[in-house]
Design a protein around this ligand. Structure first.
Ligand code: SF4
Length: 383
């Protein structure tokens, strides 16, 4: 019998300082006791669930945040050891840790490699120090470059660099410089996200006074990323993600392919055993709930069982994020009816506008369609 595979996500909600645009579940300035309590709860939570995943081989691990590397190295190592004790992580697993520039020494990077980490995702965002300051980032481009080389010399052969467009004060020229700079270092993977103004963030409060690029400029930046990265050997494989051949992020592909994953930590989401659920996005509530037994509504902020129709909606929504789109044969095998019987008519206006390619064998969003994917998906899906 073939073993089932599983992805595991661990959320570390600590940062050195809070960036002005960030609505992730993360806090700055936590004391040692808070971190210790949180990490104990995280390990306990992993163990609480592990029996249910006994038949699974873990082939991807992602430790994200927050900034996992603000933890002392031995603390992160202990967490990884606890993970290995609770789950069967295969030797060939993709094992990613998110890191921010200026948080990692050579010794720290070597310890991560010795613990099985083989992929690192570093947040550069911009190659312009003024733009980094505008975002509230506390590192410089030089800090980023030093961290990048530290990871390379420690033996990390798979690096993602996060970039951002739509930054206050950013121009198409400065974004192109950022792209050129990132490509010149030769990472295996590049993510390029448009800045979002999320309610509850300082940027959202200041939205009328921020010098944001206008919509046309932001769209040009998206097109620049698409063209420049592809010209330089990066495949565009998801709305915001580009990879050298063979280097697509295995962990994130699990989300987009509707494959099982377990998330641990405040705000972490899971799709496992026929359920989708998300934990409370509050450190104290998360820790209290895990310490009290780790079950039920105290821990979960949202929980829904997969029905055939919700699974179908999720599948179409997530697969259309990928440039490969939907393979119609696979869709029909999964859902027992042709893709076009439900979607051909709904997609027609977007096809005519050049946003969707719907041919005999597959359906995918075009580059322009990816840019407005939320609009397309909300018009064609049954929510
Ligand atoms: S470093 Fe990342 S997670 Fe932390 S505040 Fe900034 S954007 Fe948010």
């Amino acid at each position: 019998m073939e073993n089932k595979t599983l992805g595991i996500y661990l959320h570390i909600p600590f940062c050195l300082s809070k960036c002005g645009y960030c609505d992730f579940c993360s806090v700055a300035g936590s004391d040692k006791r808070t971190k210790n309590r949180y990490l104990s709860a995280l390990s306990k939570n992993m163990t609480q669930i592990s029996r249910q995943a006994e038949d699974y081989l873990v082939d991807s691990v992602f430790i994200g945040g927050g900034t996992p590397t603000v933890l002392p190295p031995q603390q992160l190592k202990k967490l990884i050891d606890d993970l290995y004790r609770a789950y069967f992580v295969v030797e060939s697993a993709e094992f990613t840790v998110e890191a921010n520039p200026a948080t990692v020494s050579k010794k720290y990077a070597e310890l991560l490699v010795a613990s099985g980490v083989n992929r690192v995702s570093i947040g550069l965002q911009s190659a312009d120090d003024g733009e980094l300051r505008a975002l509230g980032r506390i590192h410089s481009v030089k800090d980023f470059e030093e961290s990048y080389h530290i990871f390379r010399s420690a033996g990390i052969e798979n690096i993602n660099v996060d970039l951002m467009y739509g930054i206050p004060g950013q121009t198409t020229e400065s974004f192109l410089n950022t792209l050129k700079y990132a490509v010149s270092l030769g990472p295996e993977h590049i993510s390029a996200y448009g800045l979002q103004l999320e309610p509850g963030t300082p940027f959202f409060e200041q939205k009328d006074t921020l010098a944001l690029p206008d919509e046309d400029t932001e769209y040009s930046m998206y097109c620049y990323a698409e063209e420049y990265l592809q010209e330089n050997g990066y495949e565009h494989y998801e709305i915001s993600n580009y990879a050298k051949p063979g280097k697509r992020c295995r962990h994130n592909l699990k989300y987009w392919n509707c494959e099982p994953y377990l998330g641990f930590g405040a705000s972490a989401h899971s799709d496992f055993g026929g359920w989708r659920y998300g934990y409370v996005a509050d450190l104290k509530r998360y820790v209290d709930a895990v310490e009290a037994g780790g079950a039920g509504d105290r821990l979960c902020a949202e929980r829904a069982v997969h029905t055939p129709s919700s699974f179908e909606t999720d599948y179409v929504m997530l697969r259309l994020r990928l440039c490969d789109g939907i393979d119609k044969k696979i869709y029909e095998a999964l859902f027992g009816r042709p893709f076009d019987s439900k979607y051909a008519e709904r997609l027609r206006p977007f096809e005519a506008g050049g946003f969707v390619q719907n041919d005999e064998t597959s359906c995918r969003l075009t580059t322009d369609g990816m840019y407005v994917s939320n609009t397309i998906l909300s018009s064609i899906l049954d929510f």
